[in-house]
Design a protein around this ligand. Structure first.
Ligand code: ZN
Length: 152
């Protein structure tokens, strides 16, 4: 009899596992948070088979815990992902990031003439969803930008 072998990724002791990322977005998340530049142990899986999606990406990061703000940022890349917080090999919390209505103090307005650059204020965008594309409307200059323009 052939012993069934499964390819398993080592469990992490403490850290964060982002699961059910739409295939292709895992790399974007890595780059966005510059996770590849941290001196941390990171395990990634791209295009894994999934029960609920055709393919998914997965990221395991040891000893990193995301802030509330970071979790909202993840929602832009993977609104239906699951963020598992691991402590001592146990999942202590499962979070599905919620798409924020407003984003304050994270992104910079692409408009160089926008008051948010000269006034002592935090950037402030309203999140809009049009034709399945995320757009951000600046509170100060009131212009609407595709998400890709703002998060670069
Ligand atoms: Zn603006």
């Amino acid at each position: 009899m052939v012993k069934k072998q499964t390819l398993s990724v080592k469990a992490i002791k403490n850290g964060t596992v982002i699961d059910h990322i739409p295939a292709g977005e895992g790399l974007n998340i890595l780059h966005y948070f510059k996770l590849d530049q941290l001196q941390k142990c990171i395990t990634v899986g791209f295009n894994l088979k999934s029960d609920t999606q055709n393919h998914k990406d997965l990221i395991k990061i040891e000893n990193i815990f995301f802030t509330e703000e970071n979790i909202q940022q993840i929602a832009f890349f993977a609104p239906n992902c699951t963020i598992n917080i691991i402590q001592n090999f146990q999942v202590i919390e499962k979070i599905t990031p919620t798409y924020p209505d407003q984003v304050i103090g994270i992104f910079k307005c692409p408009n160089i003439n926008c008051a948010s650059h000269t006034e002592p204020v935090k950037s402030h965008f309203y999140v809009k969803n049009k034709d399945n594309k995320t757009k951000l409307k600046c509170h100060y200059c009131e212009k609407i930008y595709p998400f890709e323009w703002v998060h670069k």
